[in-house]
Design a protein around this ligand. Structure first.
Ligand code: UDX
Ligand code: UDX
Length: 442
């Protein structure tokens, strides 16, 4: 079978290289000529651990090729994946312009029975709409449209693709379902469940999965705040409930709120769609409200460590990407938190191991540092936003010696009271007792 993938982004490029790893012949098509040139040279345009090795290996073997824009080579494709972005529109619904333009681009080239597969996260009913669109453009074409949502986490996308909890196929014909099951057969042989449901169920399941995960995060973030007030330790509470297999111990780490290219937009998109179906998901609306409020609450927490007045103060920031092991800044909490600190009169100096190139244009008033220790130099307070592994190993006594002040606000609980006090730092973790002489209002 020949596979073409439209959109070589976080999802399309990972899927293409992994399908090649499964033994298939794949062509990745993207309308960004620079990105295509980079990939042809074996350079991945995104930061994703393990991706460059696959890209080089399968680029060299010829199993994986790249083209800029759709062309007649698509005629030989048996499966065409649509993996372009589906960003959030201003009113909260998913923006499908990339999807419809990609489908319009490929329609003229359909030749022989072809399955067009939506891998991008799309609103309920989009598969039906795309089927009608192709039918209108090519009444003669022999094709089916299927849903095959991705469950890839950035930073572990290759692993999530090669060892998924399940492969979800949304198909309305046995023929299309059979082709996709054949495509994923190498995973089925490793006991990965391959499940086929209706297209609409698959579309809703993707949103249900992401919004449920977002709910777990808003849940533990509220339990974290309650733990502080009640004198509990949120890590102990999370461990105690996470051992219950009905709850599970994943996604119970408190933080500054969820970000990224998926949760914020998928939560908004489901809220929008549910209202359209006159069946509002009020619980998920609250999940969104909690997450939005949390980012601003983090500003108060950082300011509180300095008594509330930030005029003339210098604040160091460790990590700005929405999570570690990615360069993605889309909807990162730092994009809300850092400008708010600057608006309160602070000078903000930040470092991120990988995200600074993407972050600079988004945070023009931030001073960017060459390394983590530079963030401590002259700072009145340092706040950790993203739990990059390299921050664990920092020598806190050396860091403290560089500081002007002594406050360390740890929004991911990377450090501990002991390590901080040994270094002479006032320590402000989340979800557990704070430094004894903290200035924040309770
Ligand atoms: C993915 C999924 O597609 C989306 O549904 C999910 O919600 C988020 O993750 P992502 O891979 O992050 O989106 O998109 P992006 O990183 O923006 O890459 C999209 C790629 O498609 C870009 O390289 C863009 O140049 C390309 N593109 C876009 C096309 O090739 N053709 C188009 O018509 C539009
Ligand atoms: C998510 C889903 O996990 C993935 O299945 C889907 O396909 C795409 O969206 P991603 O957004 O890449 O993946 O990252 P994820 O690891 O889920 O983290 C999302 C956000 O939640 C990050 O901001 C992260 O910091 C935050 N998070 C995650 C927490 O705050 N606490 C946790 O315990 C887990």
């Amino acid at each position: 079978m020949k596979i073409s993938i439209i959109g070589a982004g976080y999802v399309g490029l990972v899927s293409g290289t992994c399908f090649a790893e499964l033994g298939w012949n794949v062509t990745c098509i993207d309308n960004d000529a620079k990105r295509v040139e980079q990939m042809r040279k074996g350079i991945t345009p995104i930061y994703e651990p393990g991706l460059d090795d696959l890209l080089v290996r399968h680029g060299n073997s010829g199993a994986l090729s790249f083209r800029c824009g759709a062309d007649a080579s698509l005629a030989s494709a048996d499966l065409i994946f649509i993996a372009v972005g589906t960003p959030m529109s201003d009113d909260g619904q998913a923006d499908l312009t990339q999807v419809t333009s990609a489908v319009t681009e490929i329609a003229p080239y359909l030749d022989g029975y072809t399955v067009v597969i939506l891998k991008s996260t799309v609103p309920i009913g989009t598969n039906d709409q795309i089927e009608a669109l192709i039918r209108s453009l090519r009444p003669d074409a022999d094709f089916d449209v299927c849903s095959n949502p991705e469950f890839l986490r950035e930073g572990s996308a290759v692993q999530d693709f090669m060892q998924p909890d399940r492969v979800l196929i949304g198909a309305n014909t046995e023929k299309a379902s059979k082709m996709l099951r054949h495509l994923y057969q190498p995973l089925a042989m490793r006991d990965v469940p391959i499940m086929t449901v209706s297209r609409i169920s698959a579309e809703l399941a993707k949103y249900a999965a992401n919004t449920f995960l977002a709910m777990k995060i808003s849940f533990i973030n509220e339990i974290s705040d309650l733990s502080e007030k009640a004198g509990a330790d949120v890590a102990e509470v999370a461990m105690a409930i996470g051992k219950d297999h009905r709850i599970g111990d994943k996604f119970l780490h408190p933080g500054p709120g969820y970000g990224g290219s998926c949760f914020p937009k998928d939560v908004s998109a489901l809220i929008y769609q549910a209202r359209q179906f006159n069946s509002p998901v009020t619980l998920i609306e609250q999940v969104q409200a909690i997450n939005s409020a949390r980012k601003l609450a983090m500003v108060d927490r950082i300011a509180g460590a300095l008594g509330g007045d930030l005029k003339g103060r210098t604040i160091g920031i460790l990590g700005v990407t929405f999570k570690p092991n990615t360069d993605d800044m889309r909807d990162a909490p730092s994009v809300t938190i850092l400008p708010a600190l600057i608006a309160m009169g602070a000078t903000v100096r930040a470092y991120d191991p990988v995200g600074m190139n993407n972050a600079r244009p988004m945070l023009p008033d931030v001073e960017w540092m060459a390394g983590p220790m530079e963030v401590f130099r002259g700072a009145d307070c340092v706040a950790l936003l993203t739990e990059w592994g390299e921050f664990n190993a920092l020598d806190l006594p050396d860091a403290r010696a560089l500081m002007h002040g002594d406050a360390l606000v740890d929004l991911r609980n990377v450090y501990s009271h002991d390590r901080a006090s040994e270094a002479g730092l006032r320590y402000f973790p989340i979800g557990t007792r704070r430094h004894s002489d903290d200035h924040t209002t309770r």
